[in-house]
Design a protein around this ligand. Sequence first.
Ligand SMILES: CC(C)(COP(=O)(O)OP(=O)(O)OC[C@H]1O[C@@H](n2cnc3c(N)ncnc32)[C@H](O)[C@@H]1OP(=O)(O)O)[C@@H](O)C(=O)NCCC(=O)NCCSC(=O)C[C@H](O)C(=O)O
Ligand SMILES: [Mg+2]
Length: 283
Amino acid sequence: MDMRARPYRSVLYIPGSKDRALDKARNLPIDAIIFDLEDAVAIDEKPNARATLTAALAQGGYGQRMRIVRINGLDTEWGEADAKAANDMDCDAVLLPKVETTAQLDALAALTDKPLWAMMETPRGMLNAAAIAAHPKLAGMVMGTNDLAKELQCRFRADRLPLATSLGLCLLAAKAEGTIIVDGVYNAFKDEDGLRAECEQGRDMGFDGKTLIHPAQVEIANAAFAPSEDEVDLARRQIAAFEEAHAAGQGVAVVDGKIVENLHIVTAREILAKADAIASLNG
Ligand SMILES: CC(C)(COP(=O)(O)OP(=O)(O)OC[C@H]1O[C@@H](n2cnc3c(N)ncnc32)[C@H](O)[C@@H]1OP(=O)(O)O)[C@@H](O)C(=O)NCCC(=O)NCCSC(=O)C[C@H](O)C(=O)O
Ligand SMILES: [Mg+2]
């Protein structure tokens, strides 16, 4: 699989304390998993969750799904032990909550050799997004829209207007560095239409995928963040038309009444690479 095209359509949070959910994820068609030791785990369960998760990851069975462990903040009583334990777990990355400065990432990097991911979910984190995205160990960003709404004291709206500046700042930061960025969760996990609309909005904005809290959300996110059949068909026709124009000594082709230049071909090839990567996951 072309790693730059690796899909992150569906990124499911799983409480690290819940054996049944940890097992169920082995058979869900998700692109990535966030094994959570932070907010999904009750305080009394924190040390047990670390042990439960270590055992689940050692047992394996998660296939090609990207395995990300979300630890507690390093300013909590559990954070350092989580980070050290995650370093020894069979996982692909460590996710730090409430990242506000590159110094926090430096502190985590001193405890683990794994690639780092950052939860973007505080006003100060938004203002420092560019520096956080540029950290040499950073491999991905996750919007934490629940914490963000709490800190901004904003209201939840279907159009997410109060979050637009924050989403945009983090997207700019991630895209400037070529870093993966996935959108926040949709809390009403039984509301399919609401989830679909929010996924479409996130896809339109340029997010790579959506974080999810329940298996019932997976299919909708996978569909929204995959290239559609129409997009794949158009990409193929654009490439063919452009190559023909190029062979004839022209720099521009026309497809469906719209110009196609070299830059559109870059996007077209990315769409085909993403579709191939998804097909190889399914195959
Ligand atoms: C929301 C839930 C508490 C609902 O759980 P439950 O009542 O068990 O749901 P169901 O009975 O409908 O479950 C059906 C089966 O699916 C399994 N299940 C449920 N959720 C998950 C999951 N996340 N991953 C894997 N499997 C899951 C159940 O075990 C049932 O299985 P079976 O019995 O075999 O049929 C629950 O969904 C849940 O806990 N979700 C995760 C919540 C969570 O992770 N929250 C923290 C992340 S959100 C966040 O913090 C974002 C960010 O930081 C921010 O600030 O925004
Ligand atoms: Mg949060």
